[in-house]
Design a protein around this ligand. Structure first.
Ligand code: SF4
Length: 338
């Protein structure tokens, strides 16, 4: 059940809030278990092996996180070829195709796979259905790293369906042996619309054994949907290449917010967005550290939006352990010290 609570963490900057102005702060927001694990993986790898540690692609899609890790000694690259032979490379939370593991082996790289376990679950589903010779319709955004990684598990069996408008171009071998899977960070509503359209063409289409859109994506969308009708503007903290952050702005707008904006930093908030507004909704994508949200609240407080009510629709307690290859090395290092 949704709960509202006056929020004790708001920054008080000495100014008196305008009593008509308020912030509705969405919860859950920010870091999910997969992002937390991926960021910790790079931090722990830096401590254990020393800088530099190479990271293939942005570890998570957030500018601030990437800049911070770069400051600690991580070097972000696009491909394994850019990593010097014999070095340590971390694969990002979005997952990689099997060939990326093979390339790493060929270059004698020490690979640490920070793929979110919920993305790995979709990889396993893809492999299983491909083994049973299904046509797999992967709903997702063309070019997204996660989609490239999942497709790489069974390229001959997977075709991408990029939203409801792509449904008409789907071609399958046997309409009785087709399953849909999805990227983990899509809009829940749009995905259901895509599936409904697919089912009008393919009535025997099978669904994934469990939801592919992850708990963090759907929880963040759900709470934004709840607050949006009360908001003149919704500000989502997140980067433009973060699928789940971009979806939050779309969800806010389609659920009734009069305006929605995505910002990496509080300094990007334009005063004109707040003109005439009395309620501002605030949320953040799954790759966004909480201190960036605090900065947004601080910024809003200076514009008279000092009253913050946190609106909660779910409590999240999921955590994932670090990649086993890293845990193994951490254990060895501890044993060597003892
Ligand atoms: S958004 Fe979901 S799938 Fe992506 S890292 Fe977070 S928990 Fe994993």
């Amino acid at each position: 059940m949704a709960a509202r609570a006056a929020w004790a963490g708001a920054t008080y900057d000495g100014r008196v809030s305008d009593p008509r102005k308020r912030v509705l702060l969405a919860k859950p927001r920010g870091y999910c278990a997969g992002v937390d694990r991926a960021v910790q993986t790079v931090e722990e790898a830096l401590k254990l092996y020393g800088a530099p540690v190479y990271v293939r692609k942005q570890i998570v899609h957030n500018k601030h996180v990437v800049n911070t890790l770069e400051g600690l000694g991580a070097i972000f690259v696009e491909e394994n070829e850019e990593v010097p032979e014999g070095s340590t490379v971390v694969f990002s939370a979005h997952g990689v195709a099997p060939e990326v593991h093979e390339q790493a082996k060929a270059r004698n790289l020490k690979a640490i796979d920070a793929t979110c376990p919920l993305v790995t679950k979709v990889h396993h589903e893809a492999k299983r259905f491909a083994k049973d010779d299904y046509d797999i319709l992967l709903i997702g955004h063309e070019g997204h790293e996660e989609v490239i990684g999942t497709s790489g598990e069974a390229p001959a069996h997977i075709q991408l369906v990029d939203g409801p408008d792509s449904v008409d171009s789907v071609v399958v071998r046997d309409p009785s042996k087709v399953v849909w899977l999805s990227q983990t960070t899509l809009s829940v509503d749009e995905t259901m619309e895509t599936v409904a359209r697919l089912k009008t063409r393919l009535p025997l289409l099978q669904s994934p054994p469990s939801d592919d859109i992850c708990y963090a994506t759907s929880n963040r969308q759900h709470v934004v949907k709840e607050i949006a009708p009360e908001c003149d503007v919704v500000i989502v903290v997140g980067s433009t290449n973060s699928s789940n952050s971009v979806r939050l702005v779309e969800v806010a707008l389609s659920a009734g917010a009069r305006a929605g904006h995505l910002v990496d930093y509080a300094s990007e908030i334009q005063d004109e967005w707040l003109e005439g507004a009395t309620t501002v909704g605030v949320s953040s994508g799954a790759s966004v550290p909480e201190d960036l949200v605090m900065e947004v609240l601080g910024h809003l407080a200076t514009r008279g939006f000092g009253e913050v009510t946190e609106f909660t629709t779910a409590e999240e307690r999921l955590t994932f352990s670090l990649p086993q290859e890293l845990r193994r090395d951490m254990k060895k290092a501890q044993a060597a010290k003892a």
